[in-house]
Structures are given as C-alpha cells and as structure tokens.
Design a protein around this ligand. Structure first.
Ligand SMILES: N[C@@H](CCC(=O)N[C@@H](CS)C(=O)NCC(=O)O)C(=O)O
Length: 306
C-alpha cells in the first residue's frame, strides 16, 4: 500500500486529531507542511480548490476533512480501534461538537486573545475564510462570552471523567478523547486565561497526559513536490460505487462540484466516482498531480451538478 502523507501544520487542532490516530495505531507517515494562507497552489494541485488543512494523501487518493480521514484510517488500519466499545456512530456524531461548538469557543478565544499579533495578511485571509460565519474582528470583545462557552464545554469533559475512568469512554482511548483534547490543548497553548479557567477541574490534567502519551506515530518530512510526484505516479483506488438511491439522483461520471457548507467554501469540480451515505469522491485531471480522486465526507458538504 502507498504511504500515508498528511498535508498539515503543527498548530492545527484538526490535524492533531489525525496525528493522535497515527500515535494510537503506531503508524508511520510522511508530513508535508501546508501553506497557511491563500493562494495555496501546492495544496490545491491535489485537492482541486479545497483549501482547509488537514488533507491526507495516499497515492493518488486525496482525502479532505478530518471526519472522513479518521474513518478512512480506521478502514485501512482497524486495530487498535479509534471506536472503543462499539462507539463508532457516537464518536463520529461528536465530530460536530468538537469541530463547531468546542472549536469556536477555543479557537475563537485563541484568535481573540492574540488578534494584535496577527500579521495583516493572515488577518485578511482569515476574514475572507470565515466570511459571515464568524466575525473575526468581534472576537476580542467577545472574550468573556467565549470563556463561558469554553468552561461549559470542558466541564462536560470533566464530568465524563469524574468517576475516575482513564478515558472518556472507559479504559481505552479513542476518537472522542481526541475530539476533546485538541481543543483543550489549543486553549492551553494560545489562551492566557485558560490555565486559571481549567484550574478547578481535577480530572483534566491526568487525562491530558494520558492522551498525549499516545504520541503522533512515526513522522518524517517530505516536500510538496515529492507528494505531487507520488500522486502523478499512482492511480486512484479502483473501488467505486455510486448509490442510485441517493436523493440527489446523480450518476457515474457526472460532473459535479463539492463545497464545504460552512466556511472556506471553495468548490471542487470533477467526475463523480463514489457516492455513498458518508462519502463522495470525484476524479479530476491536474497538470501537476495527474489524475487524482478527491474524497469528501457527506456531512458538512454540498454536492451540485455541473
Ligand atoms: N472540517 C474541517 C475543518 C478544518 C479546518 O478548519 N482547518 C483549519 C486549520 S486548523 C483551516 O483550514 N484553516 C484555514 C486555512 O488553514 O487555510 C476538518 O475537519 O478537517
């Protein structure tokens, strides 16, 4: 099997979830540090326009969004599982809690608390990125409210741990721990008030240490040009399926665009090759990377004809 390549950057909480999965599953992987602001010619040569990080590449298959990447890693490397105790549905459902409620409290605070250190170009980029989804300029004045949100969310984590269990679902670590941990860590690293906000939580710190001890697997660096060459030399995986009972009524090879439904709404256009309840994949030809299949989750993405 081709090697796993993660296009990411260290500070990304979404990427940290995946690095922890590499740790839990003891996987070796290649790291490409992705561009931080648009335009992102290196990343979009693979994705066809999708701009968010992380993106996982295996050969000529490009997986967008941490929700789908976690699922694909579990499919390819089932043991040890990220869904202990049969918690797959619950763990995936909690992606929305982590990626929206908890992320906006924690990362909103991180941006609000550090807004004066943001380089102008990054500020412009992030304003365009979030659009009307989040008003980046209002975050600083919203710090007290965001602190109440963060405390309430992290209190849920503390409550879950309060019977002395080592991990959120019991004795085994899993995706649910990673969902919560990455946002707690973002707050601890970037929000000056986080330490005192969390001081009252007895079970949080030992749990943080247990999650961190999963590690990040075996990481080695390659360049984006190396990754492009790997894509060019590979062909997308053959198992494809278009669900004809899907409400959108799409057929094989139909041209569609796939777009995130929240922010960073850059459309990706290609020929439909896979459509299931939880995944859509489109194939596209690119001058730099050759023919690639770009995979997205269904939850949080809109598919349109043409
Ligand atoms: N739903 C996406 C969200 C990813 C996301 O928002 N990533 C941030 C970095 S932490 C991002 O891409 N920010 C804009 C950018 O880096 O251009 C996922 O789960 O992967």
């Amino acid at each position: 099997m081709s090697e796993i390549i993660l296009h990411h950057f260290d500070a990304s909480p979404f990427a940290e979830k995946l690095r922890l999965i590499f740790g839990l599953k003891s996987l070796a992987w290649k790291s490409v540090v992705a561009e931080l602001i648009m335009p992102k010619p290196k990343l979009t040569a693979l994705t066809g326009g999708y701009r968010k990080t992380p993106v996982m590449q295996i050969g000529a298959d490009i997986y967008c969004d941490s929700r789908l990447i976690a699922l694909e890693l579990e499919r390819r490397f089932p043991t040890p599982t990220i869904f202990p105790g049969g918690s797959k549905g619950l763990s995936l459902a909690l992606s929305s809690w982590s990626d929206r409620d908890l992320h906006f409290a924690s990362s909103g605070l991180a941006i609000g608390a550090n807004i004066h250190q943001f380089p102008a170009a990054l500020m412009r980029d992030r304003k365009a990125y979030f659009g009307d989804f989040m008003d980046v300029e209002k975050l600083e004045q919203d710090i007290p409210h965001l602190m109440t949100q963060l405390r309430a969310h992290v209190d849920l984590v503390e409550q879950q741990l309060s019977d002395g269990r080592p991990f959120l679902l019991g004795n085994e670590p899993g995706l649910v721990d990673f969902h919560a941990y990455v946002e707690v860590k973002t707050a601890l690293v970037h929000v000056p008030h986080a330490l005192s906000l969390f001081a009252r939580f007895q079970h949080l710190n030992p749990w943080i240490a247990r999650v961190q001890s999963q590690g990040n697997g075996q990481r080695s660096e390659i360049t984006s040009d190396d990754a492009h060459a790997i894509a060019r030399e590979a062909t997308p995986k053959p198992n494809r399926h278009v669900d004809h009972t899907d409400a959108l009524g799409l057929g094989e090879e139909e041209t569609v665009t796939v777009t995130p439904d929240d922010y960073g709404r850059e459309p990706v256009r290609g020929r439909l090759v896979t459509l299931t309840v939880h995944e859509v994949a489109i194939e596209r030809n690119d001058n730099v990377t050759g023919t690639v299949a770009v995979h997205f989750p269904r939850i949080g993405f809109r598919i349109e004809r043409g």
